[in-house]
Design a protein around this ligand. Sequence first.
Ligand code: FAD
Ligand code: N01
Length: 529
Amino acid sequence: MTTATQSIDAVVVGAGFAGLYMVHRLRDAGFTVQGVDAAGDVGGTWYWNRYPGARCDIPSLLYSYTWSDDLRDSWRWSEKYATQPEILAYAEHVADRYDLRRSFLFDTKVISAVFNEATGRWRVETDGGRVFDARFCIMATGCLSVPRVPDIPGAATFKGAAYVTGQWPHEPVDFKGKRVAIIGTGSSAIQSMPLIAQDAAQVTVFQRTPNFSLPALNAPLTDEEVAAFNEAFPIYKQLLDSGEPGLPLPPKGWVPTDAELAALVEQLWNGGGLISAVMIPDLVKNERINDAAADFVRAKIREIVKDPVLAAKLSPDSFPLATKRACVDTDYFASYNRDNVTLVDLRDTPIEAITATGVRTSDADYPADIIVYALGFDAMTGALLNIDIRARDGLALRDVWRDGPKTYLGVAVAGFPNLFTVTGPGSPSVLSNMLNSIEQHVDWIFDAIQHVQTTQSAVMEATLAAQEDWVAHVNDEADQTLYPRAASWYVGANVPGKPRVFMPYVGEGYKKRCDQIAADGYPGFALSR
Ligand code: FAD
Ligand code: N01
């Protein structure tokens, strides 16, 4: 059923942390805003990924909004790394506190966004037949919001229960006494396997590529830790505002000796949590440093996994450390010492089909009552390209991005006026603490929209020249690193047919550059009346 077109200032697609904050900022400034999400409620990632063991791997105190002291004072994380239910409760708390739900349509998918050249406005249509006529269109659609569903032959014939980690049911899944096949060894599988193994009769993990994972060493957050964070918060916020990561990092320019490196990696391992490119100097640029850090993690795997053959199979050897997102786990490698956990190395015996009764590889049938697909996402571009986005002269985003995404700053696309992407390809996004990047983008987009208003312009649009320069710069920065060596989702390698382009921005000084562009009156953007 098609209802009357509703005329508003802005449509925001997505009710994750990006969409919630965007709607809040716009509405607070008096704009009329309509948020839309395919989910039944707020939370985005944390609404969909309800698999056992799902948690953040950035400490909860940092994986939080920083834009309101009141909000911060009203929330107390219980653990160093919060669980999915707690992070979802935080998103719900934000929605309640700022009364955001009333601005959202849930269970509703945006199917198209078409720019009308004559009116300078976007016509945004949903699968329920709702049509919005909006001046601004903000895509807060998420970098990891389109889960890969099984395309393995025979998947539809399986007679047991099958679950995709990124589309997990709301009711608990009972694994007790069941034979469970888990396909994939990315973060989602690495987080869920140890918990599933505690209940299931048998777990068989089907591994195509072994992965680096580090212990979370999760623990309850003490009052002292929370108080210390709150005390240091003004400095943290100041660092973020000035474009620094806000984390205690090694000094810039320090090239550690082998001995210093060994001590640093040991210290990071013993501290628990993510080892990312920023924590070890030159980790993703210097092969010596990367090899040494990777060797350290492999040695730890050999220490933890009792069977040396199994330890070797679980040891990543086909890509440098952190060039695929490293995982953070609780008892992942140790769980392979359990009698009820088996690894099938798909490099030796690939999956041929899913059958009615389980998984068939080239040498055996593995009966299963439940299959857990932990196959990852059509990352960074998937959600945007799922929407038919068209602008000037019928230009379709799907065509413009045929050979890979092209943006200016990851926030705008030439030819698509008044359309903004939060944490889009070409911005640091998934390589950063996403909550910080989301805030930075939302604030920047909000200021840009205000600028369009105050200059009495009709539209703001990235210029092709600025976009081309930015895309070249993004590629150039990536080419100076080891990232392109991994067949990762960062380069789209996990989706058959997806162009191989390194999508996030790895260079330094991103926020400073964005702020400077805003301060200078948005060079690289054309404003027209
Ligand atoms: P999302 O939370 O992905 O929200 C996007 C929303 O847009 C979704 O609800 C989706 O339904 C909706 N949507 C998309 N397309 C449409 C459409 N066409 N119509 C209607 N609605 C649409 N990042 C970190 O920094 N630290 C972490 O520890 C961390 N842990 C993670 C753990 C998991 C399991 C996953 C999958 C990701 C994790 N991430 C983490 C990344 C995480 O995605 C971001 O931190 C953050 O939650 C993204 O928020 P968002 O609002 O940008 O996008
Ligand atoms: O997905 P992935 P994920 N047959 O793409 C395998 C965030 N996140 O959902 O490597 C067999 O990492 C695939 O194998 P290969 C985080 O950013 C964070 O786990 O392509 N196997 C791989 O092993 C993360 O990086 C947390 O050879 C197949 C796995 O499936 C991102 O989300 C938790 C296959 C997919 O791994 C994605 O993580 C969860 C096939 N046909 C997610 N197809 C935190 O801890 C794919 N695979 C914070």
